[in-house]
Design a protein around this ligand. Sequence first.
Ligand SMILES: Nc1ncnc2c1ncn2[C@@H]1O[C@H](COP(=O)(O)OP(=O)(O)O)[C@@H](O)[C@H]1O
Ligand SMILES: [Mg+2]
Length: 152
Amino acid sequence: MKEICVELQGEEAMIEYGAYLAKSLSHTHTIYLQGNLGMGKTTLVRGFLQGHGYYGAVKSPTYTLVEPYELPEGQLYHFDLYRLGDPEELEYMGIRDYFDQDSISLIEWPDKGQGYLPAADIIIRIEMIPNGRRVMITANNEQAETTISLLM
Ligand SMILES: Nc1ncnc2c1ncn2[C@@H]1O[C@H](COP(=O)(O)OP(=O)(O)O)[C@@H](O)[C@H]1O
Ligand SMILES: [Mg+2]
């Protein structure tokens, strides 16, 4: 399976790449963001939101678990499940309503919600390199594979 791999030096490059992804990943509903604390997952989300025309503040939904954004194209949900104790809690917060056809979800720490989240269309992994971060993107279904094959 195809994997896209880019190396990005500095926060600004990360934001720009997030904005580029926002414009390139159409028809993508569920994106998992993997990588340790401090790797730049939230930074990438900030860029993604800018790519959709949202330039306001982006706070980590560390305690609220999810932050909604109303975009011209529809709803975007930014999840951070780092502090989720039991994935069943997602059931109580009505998790299913978040994943309707038109919304986009970017999910940090998806492993913590295993069993209660939809499958990823696209998985983005971020790791540290000496001067920045390496971002690796894989597709999890055929449509997503076509989408990422168009990435540069
Ligand atoms: N490509 C990059 N190169 C260098 N530093 C980066 C890069 N992307 C993000 N950072 C920095 O990493 C730090 C943590 O970012 P954050 O998005 O909060 O990480 P996470 O959400 O993965 O915990 C921030 O200080 C940010 O500026
Ligand atoms: Mg984060």
